[in-house]
Design a protein around this ligand. Structure first.
Ligand code: WQD
Length: 342
């Protein structure tokens, strides 16, 4: 066992799970990855192993299956869990809320119940800037009031944060950190792991890379009549490798007993707003490719602008986003191209 300790990563084969596993192992942690491959596949685990040059512990387990998950707790010693396993398509959650509430909350409750029962102290929850909704003041700090969720997906994030807060309050020896991610994009510089959307991508960058690759004819930009400098929405696009490192910093904080309260929340973003149009242009320039695009009507539920105040994460986690946006966009394109070589 590593001196630093072992981390259970649920949803380990996903976009954020794979990059976080790589970052944890590179930082000296042992990792137990679990995933049910509902939105990923064995090639994601293979990508992680290729980058690390060694095997990782992986089990195909559905976190909704309490019995199977209990087996993982019985077989492996770990102090910390990072819980990524969840569905994440906003539109689908509106169409089928029960699917989202059941999957995202049952899996989470199983994790928390077993952490308590097996006396494993640290839970890191994968939350989202979506909890801020259409914030009145920008950038948002962790103190910015959450707004009522506009989708069941967003609501599962708010509920899960509250459950963690209450568990930390009630149970001695139980600690929690919620990381609120802004817009994670990019891919590992090796192009061996990245985002693997199924079907038509909902998120902007996979749609851009697929359009550049000729898989999609044209990118639709949802609205250019927002009250923003160029009329398109502003977001805080965080590089996936930087995001993965934020998890390492949060785990370090938990295992070294540096938490100031039993439950803490951190924004994970760059602190820099970028418009949709700007992102498309930067992608084209950085990669020397064209992304055919047109302006269409607004997408229901989009907020005009949201970006992070990252002071708390900078100061308390000693973490800061470092990757240059052009490098991030080059990595996203390299990953897309690599997919078509296979
Ligand atoms: C970014 C911007 C769109 C696609 C969501 C979730 C969040 C997080 C990340 C999940 C917006 C515009 C997009 C397209 C476009 N969770 N856009 N054309 O909506 O900020 O955040 O994904 O995994 O919780 O809410 O991200 O990438 O969908 O959109 O113009 O084809 O790009 O309108 O302004 P979003 P996104």
């Amino acid at each position: 066992m590593s001196k630093k300790g072992t981390v259970l990563v649920s949803g380990g084969a996903g976009f954020i799970g794979t990059h976080t596993t790589v970052a944890l192992v590179e930082a000296g942690y042992d990792v137990v990855m679990i995933d049910n491959f509902s939105n990923s596949g064995p090639s994601a685990v293979e990508g992680v192993e290729k980058i690390l040059g060694r095997k990782v512990t992986f089990e195909e387990v559905d976190t909704c299956d309490e019995k199977a998950l209990r087996g993982v707790f019985e077989r492996h010693q770990f102090d910390t869990v990072i819980h990524f396993a969840a569905y994440k398509a906003v539109g689908e959650s509106v169409a089928d809320p029960l699917k989202y509430y059941r999957n995202n909350l049952v899996s989470y409750m199983n994790i928390l119940k077993l952490m308590k029962e097996f006396k494993r102290p640290n839970v890191l929850f994968s939350s989202s800037a979506t909890v801020y909704g259409d914030a009145e003041t920008l950038p948002v700090t962790e103190q910015t009031p959450r707004q009522e969720a506009t989708s069941p997906y967003g609501n599962t994030k708010q509920i899960a944060e509250d459950i963690l807060r209450d568990c930390c309050k009630a149970y001695p020896g139980f600690y929690g950190i919620a990381l609120r991610y802004f817009n994670p994009i990019g891919a590992h510089p090796s192009a061996l792991i990245g985002e693997l959307p199924r079907g038509v991508p909902n998120n902007l960058v996979p749609f851009i890379t697929q359009t550049a690759a000729g898989i999609r004819e044209c990118l639709s930009i949802f609205g250019n009549d927002y009250n923003t400098p160029d009329g398109t929405c502003l977001r805080d696009y965080i590089d996936i490798v930087d995001l993965a490192k934020a998890h390492v910093a949060a785990v370090d904080r938990m295992v070294s007993g540096k938490m100031e309260t039993k439950y803490e929340i951190f924004n994970v973003g760059t602190g820099k707003p970028v418009s949709v149009l700007e992102l498309v242009t930067r992608f084209e320039k950085a990669n020397g490719v064209k992304v055919p695009h047109k302006i269409v009507g607004r997408r229901a539920g989009d907020v005009p602008a949201v970006w992070a105040d990252t002071t708390l994460a900078n100061e308390k986690l000693g973490w800061k986003a470092e990757r240059d946006l052009d490098d991030t966009l080059r990595a996203a394109w390299a990953w897309e191209q690599n997919l078509h070589k296979k």
